[in-house]
Ligand binder design. Structure first.
Ligand SMILES: [Zn+2]
Length: 229
């Protein structure tokens, strides 16, 4: 599944639950909804931190490649530990912990927002030789800009208690999305069985011309519904 699809579905999922969440659990102002949408969009990329050569690995140049290698080593490789409920619990737990510390919060926001923006760009070409080039410099500049934005938000007066919710929602949206593909997802990992809701081989053209426009439409519709009542 393309990064683009994951990012948009994370945003749509958050907006879809923002109304009931705000009404019954955690009152959300417009700024908190905006931050939550952005964070959920980025959190919908987090499970693929276990992929050493994907969109995420190249998002922040050498920083993200190192991070991906580390996560892959800890989680057992692509579509293993991070693609399970335990992986979702670990990342949500980290986000809860980050809720107590503005700097840890800055890092969590940095990662999510940076990945959300990167996920919407074109997927970079794989580089088997791994040599440092201009894309790494672009990644590092992107990392610096995302960090500044995250710092500003984390140190503003916006109530950030929404962030762990957004991370959990975005993360689970990714696992659900991957469950629609042939490979399936080991939801109950470390148990090896992979669960599959469907086995759609979306393909790039279908995703680009059908799924992504549908998600944009969903994003506009849910944003409209959230704000019109
Ligand atoms: Zn995945």
């Amino acid at each position: 599944m393309m990064g683009h699809t994951h990012v948009l579905s994370g945003a749509v999922a958050f907006l879809a639950v923002a109304g009931p969440l705000s009404e019954h659990v955690l009152p959300l102002g417009p700024a908190a909804v905006a931050v939550g949408t952005l964070v959920a969009a980025g959190a919908a990329m987090l499970p693929d931190l276990d992929h050493h050569n994907g969109t995420i690995a190249n998002a922040f140049g050498p920083i993200s490649r190192l991070l991906c290698r580390l996560v892959a080593a800890l989680s057992g490789g692509h579509r293993h530990g991070t693609h399970s409920l335990i992986g979702a619990a670990v990342f949500t737990g980290l986000a809860l912990y980050a809720g107590r510390d503005r700097w840890a919060f800055t890092v969590a926001l940095w990662l999510c927002m940076g990945l959300a923006v990167r996920g919407l760009w074109r997927r970079p070409k794989n580089r088997p030789n791994g040599r440092f080039d201009y894309r790494d410099i672009a990644g590092l500049v992107h990392a610096a800009v995302a960090f500044l934005a995250a710092y500003q938000i984390a140190h503003s007066s916006i109530d950030l208690t929404v962030v762990p919710w957004a991370i959990a929602i975005g993360y689970l949206t990714h696992l659900t999305g991957d469950s629609l593909t042939e490979q399936g997802v080991p939801w109950l990992g470390p148990a090896p069985h992979r669960y599959r809701i469907a086995s759609i081989d979306t393909g790039k053209a279908v995703e680009t011309w059908v799924v992504v426009p549908a998600l944009y439409a969903g994003l506009i519709a849910t944003a409209f519904l959230t704000y019109s009542n």
